[in-house]
Write a protein that binds this ligand. Structure first.
Ligand code: FAD
Length: 479
């Protein structure tokens, strides 16, 4: 009898063994299995620098987990179509399993790939591992996609509950694996300078780290999540976002764990319900991206294409480096650089400062976040930037302009967050911390000279606000 032909399991943004339907299906058949990861910079562009660091550690963790099941991860680099064809040829594999992606570049690639593999007699089987509700399954009453979050999430909550998560396979049938590349050869981690040195103490990439984060959150902070989630000085959110972005944990696992932890009725537990609604924003971002694939590049509200942005290169540079002179903005931008993550409230404040105070196009901020965030996600990042810039579906209106001083006072009242990430301001009392330039004498008595130890504001917020509203008014006249 001929030996069974192996199946390829193509890992993408699903770097986990549990609740991985492509893996579960591939393992259930009992054929020899080739777990494959392809570093393919051609679809959707290369990963940002911060995510390359994460990918290194996540792939190492996945390989170790596969080895415990008697297998290993095969690494190859190049356009996915070429690599898959070559691996199928080398091994005689007759089936490829993968979990679906929903961004336009991946959809185009996967559609072409599926057609090419099928022509060669190779079966493709694809699954949903990344979303609670795939974008085409949720529709409004007239059968169209949603453009507003609240009715979208209501429709999701009224839909049949997501399936229970699948267990990890207990073992994998042995296969003779083709040669792969060494992870170190890919040089995913920065060397000199090692700007990622601050990441390791904050994060444990991989499935085990993801599970630990969720467990800790549900054992602790979820209870006060609704009240405290806007406070960057408190550890009040889950920090699951990079794990979700790489698929080290899936939203079905989160959904069912939250239901389990809150006695199956999260609606009665405000923290749990709010947390699930945030997972809902992630779903909504994918819903928007799938139905409006131009979202990462172009404003969803077409009139914003004519917005009179300013070419503020110096402002953009100061913003990136956390040297704007507004402490809450600078703390956020430095948190991002040092830890690869920024608190959601501060993302909103910093993004608003860039697009409204400095009038820099939101796409420039989106690109910087893509380069520096460990959780950079094509759907959530673009949807959030468009939301802040006022040009997205269901966006905050452009005329609502965050005042960075008042936001800092409200959400970091004691200044603990600012002191941590802007240590040169640490000697100041909380009352002076959010507008140190306004109390320059006091600051000097505390040993801080504004303009020398910490910048004076690069723009006056009152002026910037009037300028932004005037810019908006030109759109209204045009439209
Ligand atoms: P929690 O509060 O614990 O929320 C749980 C999960 O829900 C998150 O891990 C995330 O997957 C999801 N979530 C929460 N808030 C949002 C949101 N507003 N939109 C979409 N999903 C959400 N999130 C990303 O995952 N990737 C991005 O690239 C990204 N870019 C952003 C850019 C801007 C300008 C802004 C304002 C927000 C952005 N967000 C992005 C959303 C949000 O800031 C992060 O998801 C959140 O801060 C992650 O921290 P957490 O895991 O502790 O979140």
């Amino acid at each position: 009898m001929a030996a069974p032909r192996p199946h390829i399991l193509w890992f993408r943004r699903d770097l986990r063994l549990a609740d991985n339907p492509a893996l579960a299906q591939a393992a259930a058949g009992g054929q020899p299995l080739i777990p494959l990861y392809i570093l393919d910079d051609s679809a959707g562009g290369p990963l940002g620098g911060a995510q390359r660091w994460w990918l290194h550690h996540s792939l190492a963790a996945l390989d170790a987990a596969l080895r415990r099941l008697g297998s290993a991860l095969v690494l190859r680099r190049g356009p996915a179509a070429d690599v898959l064809e070559r691996v199928a040829e080398e091994t005689g594999a007759d089936t490829v399993h993968w979990n679906r992606l929903y961004d336009p570049a991946a959809i185009a690639r996967d559609t072409a790939l599926k057609a090419a593999l099928t022509t060669r007699g190779i079966t493709v089987a694809s699954f949903n591992a990344a979303l609670l509700f795939e974008p085409w399954t949720i529709r409004n009453q007239s059968g169209r996609p949603f453009k507003v979050f609240t009715p979208f999430w209501k429709a999701c909550l009224a839909a049949p509950a997501p399936d229970a998560p699948l267990p990890a396979p207990p073992r994998l049938a042995p296969a003779s694996l083709p040669a792969g590349e060494r992870l170190d050869e890919w040089a995913l981690r920065p060397r000199a300078p090692d700007w990622a040195a601050g990441f390791a103490p904050c994060w444990q990439p991989g499935e085990a780290g993801a599970g630990a984060r969720l467990g800790d959150f549900l054992d602790g902070a979820v209870g006060r999540y609704k009240a405290a989630r806007d406070r960057p000085d408190l550890a009040a959110t889950s920090r699951l976002s990079p794990h979700l972005a790489f698929g080290e944990i899936g939203p079905r696992q989160v959904w069912h764990a939250v239901h389990h932890a809150s006695g199956r009725e999260p609606a009665a537990a405000p923290g749990a319900a709010q947390f699930l609604a945030e997972i809902g924003w992630r779903e909504f971002s994918y819903h928007l991206l799938f139905h409006q694939p131009q979202m990462p590049e172009r404003p969803l509200r077409a009139e914003f294409a004519a917005f009179p942005w300013a070419a503020d290169g110096d402002g953009l540079a100061a913003w990136r480096r956390g040297l704007t002179g507004y402490p809450i903005v600078d703390a956020g931008m430095r948190e991002l650089w040092q830890t690869g993550w920024m608190h959601n409230r501060v993302r909103m404040i910093a993004a608003s400062f860039l697009v409204k105070d400095l009038l820099v196009p939101w796409q420039r901020g989106e690109a910087w976040f893509r380069e520096t965030l460990l959780d950079a996600d094509v759907a959530s990042n673009a949807a959030s930037w468009q939301w802040v810039a006022g040009c997205g579906a269901d966006a905050a209106p452009y005329f609502r302009i965050f005042n960075p001083v008042l936001q800092g006072e409200k959400f970091d009242p004691e200044g603990h967050y600012i002191r941590r990430f802007v240590p040169e301001l640490a000697p100041l009392p909380a009352a002076a911390l959010h507008r140190p330039w306004a109390q320059a004498d006091l600051a000097r008595r505390c040993g801080v000279t504004i303009g020398r130890d910490y910048p004076a504001p690069i723009i006056d917020h009152g002026f910037a606000r009037r300028r932004a509203l005037a810019a908006l008014a030109t759109l209204k006249q045009d439209s």
